[in-house]
Write a protein of this length. Sequence first.
Length: 226
Amino acid sequence: MAFEALAVTEGAGKKSLADVAYGSIRDWLLTLEIKPGELLNDELLAKKLGIGRTPVREALKRLELDRLVKTYPRRGTFATRVDVTDLSYISEIRAQLEPLAAARAARVATPTVRAQLRETLETVEAFDVAAATVTETLQLDARVHQGLYAAAANPHLEDILIRYDNLATRIWCMVIDRLPDLSRHVHEHVDLLRAVIDGDEERAAELATVHVSGFEQAVREALFKA
């Protein structure tokens, strides 16, 4: 799928093979191309990626720390199951930390970082959700969130938020075909990015809170319709 090509072409020569393997397998897990509960065969993954088994094994160890895979002695490594009951727990954490990161980014982001966020803002404004694939939509969503986390300039906060945003993305992918208006979710990022770029801490925190609660509500409504 598109994620594989992206990870390999961008990673070649810039990232270690373990990083490339990590990025590709992570994205297959997030988009549910690797199904929840599925056994991950390191030999087959290595062959699919065109690399050796050692970097794949290193990647799987990192993914276990991310709670995306689980290794059982003598059984192997499996994709963790997507439990929708975790939605409340994940949203509870994100509701506290996303506003913190947004406000901090608005306060501490450097001019260079604000310029990068402005480029992301322009990309979001021009993004055609109706014409985009699910993969492209998820890539844009990740670009926005990870850009904001990095702008907060707190590596520990960034690490936690990426982990929980990944877990939320897996749940989102379970219901994405039943969500009525993805364009609203995507373009909510416009005002949030603008608030951070303008240095408006209070507004940035408020919009981050609304975004997280709106995500949870949309997913719950989609699950109810299932």
